[in-house]
Design a protein around this ligand. Structure first.
Ligand code: PFF
Length: 469
């Protein structure tokens, strides 16, 4: 999929290029569509009261996510290096400073930290493939499904085992090179996921509680909105689009010159948002139909779907397929999470991709043990951030290691990364450079520049300041 030709006479990528615009779109979509859409979005929407939160999230995706994604791709393509080196190079070239490399550095670190817990949850999906196939959920009651989930995450050996398995699979693909196989996998996975979600949507529409789910998700009650939940919505816009940490910048470095950045970003953002909304539309009617708690937390999708599907004819089959697809989606995202660190090690320390993948993957696996154990042996080890453990809207405890790593990365590091990236693209890079990458001075370019210079950075700053103070 990657070739040596960029088709321009400019700087060239050390890792080759995507063979087509489609290959790039698929890689970015594969990175964007993941656990964030199907596992995280529904559970945080539930914890933050639905409607108003969903609306804020949609605003963040369009007004902040889009310009950040376009900025990342254009910086990556112009720099043609890993995010650290691209920022250093362009910082110097645009008459500022090499210190911009620290933005790339923060991204490398954020990717490592996110993957450390992402892999743990991805491991849960692997376990649920096996559980679904075994038929344990067929005809099971809510209590039984809940007990099954509790017993699984309470057993550190099992959680560590599946985390290890998932990291092994990720290291394997990254070591072989991002390009091989990824295109085929995403090409099949995203449409398959869409079709399955539509089938499940049909089922949840017949649950008798579809209207309740719809109202929960789309009737905004601004009374429930706090600055804290606005920050969660903003952080999630970054997380779900894989932006703010250089993953898309790393992919942009392999993008041929003639591909439209605006068109690509629009397609990816639309697909990602559609899948998240569909997942939530499937899950919430089922939550109401089964009298579950909307603020259940990270276990939401692992309890709602097996329970509902267990009551449906052919449920074991659909449930197995669902978790297989979710594992694939997590896998293609995990590859994106590792790419900035791996590309950096390869270029900076002259290692092979395989060596870099094993080094970085090993480190991530080790860090992930802390998150894996924060659901069992370390569940009482709590510090720093406040969390609501019983879903009544009152912060009643400190967070676990998992909660803290998730908060620090999604809600602080990614928005901060996004802020600096838009400031760099909008203010440090000269108009000629960005217009050159984005293809001219038409309406889209003007809109991007307005968003990247003012709306996105100011929006991020306002939310960060209000939520943290
Ligand atoms: N966007 C992915 C998801 O929604 O699951 C998570 C992610 C992948 C974040 C890759 C960042 C990244 F670089």
């Amino acid at each position: 999929m990657l070739s040596d030709q960029a088709g321009d006479g400019k700087r060239t990528s050390l890792h080759g290029f995507w063979s087509s615009r489609m290959a790039f779109i698929l890689a970015v979509t594969g990175s964007a569509v993941g656990l964030g859409n199907i596992w995280k979005f529904p559970y945080i929407a539930g914890q933050n009261g639905g409607g108003a939160f969903v609306l804020v999230y949609l605003f963040c995706v369009v007004l902040i996510g889009m310009p950040v994604m376009m900025s990342e791709i254009l910086i990556g393509r112009r720099g043609r290096r890993n995010p650290v080196a691209s920022m250093a190079l362009l910082g110097e070239e645009e008459g500022s400073s090499r210190n911009w490399q620290w933005v790339g550095g923060m991204g490398v670190l954020a990717g490592i930290l996110i993957l450390s817990y992402y892999s743990v949850i991805a491991g849960w999906t692997l376990e649920y493939v096996a559980k679904s196939a075994s038929g344990v959920f067929t005809g099971a009651s809510a209590d039984l499904v809940g007990a099954e989930f509790g017993a699984f995450i309470g057993d550190w050996r099992k959680v560590v085992l599946v985390h290890t398995l998932f990291m092994g699979l990720t290291i394997f693909v990254v070591a072989r090179g991002v390009e091989r196989g990824l295109e085929q996998l995403v090409k099949f996975m995203v449409p398959a996921l869409l079709v399955l979600l539509l089938v499940l949507l049909g089922y949840s529409m017949t649950s008798g509680h579809f209207g309740e789910g719809l109202a929960f998700l789309f009737m905004p009650d601004f009374g429930k909105l706090t600055w804290e939940s606005v920050l969660v919505a903003l952080g999630h816009a970054f997380f779900t689009l894989s932006i703010g940490m250089g993953a898309i910048m790393a992919y942009g470095a392999y993008l041929p010159e003639d591909t439209s950045i605006t068109g690509t970003s629009t397609a990816v953002v639309a697909a990602d948002t559609l899948i998240a909304l569909l997942a939530a539309l499937v899950i919430f009617p089922l939550v109401f139909a089964n009298d579950l708690n909307t603020a259940e937390g990270p276990g939401l999708v692992f309890q709602t779907l097996p329970l509902a599907l267990g009551q449906m004819p052919g449920g074991a089959f659909f449930s197995t397929i669902f978790f297989v697809l979710l594992s694939f989606a997590a896998w293609t995202s995990a590859i994106g999470l590792m790419e900035p660190a791996v590309a950096w090690i390869v270029e900076q320390f002259k290692k092979t991709r395989a060596q870099a993948a094993v080094m970085i993957g090993g480190l991530i696996w080790l860090l992930g043990l802390c998150s894996a154990m924060s659901f069992n042996v370390l569940s009482d080890f709590r510090f720093l951030i406040n969390v609501d453990t019983d879903g009544d809207g009152i912060m009643d405890a400190k967070g676990t290691i998992f909660d803290n790593v998730d908060y620090l990365t999604s809600n602080i590091m990614l928005p901060l990364g996004g802020l600096l990236i838009t400031v760099f693209a909008g203010w440090v890079m000269c108009r000629n450079s960005t217009a050159d990458e984005l293809g001219g001075s038409g309406g889209f370019y003007t809109a991007w520049r307005l968003l990247a210079r003012f709306i996105a950075p100011i929006g991020i700053l306002v939310v960060l300041i209000n939520a943290v103070s």
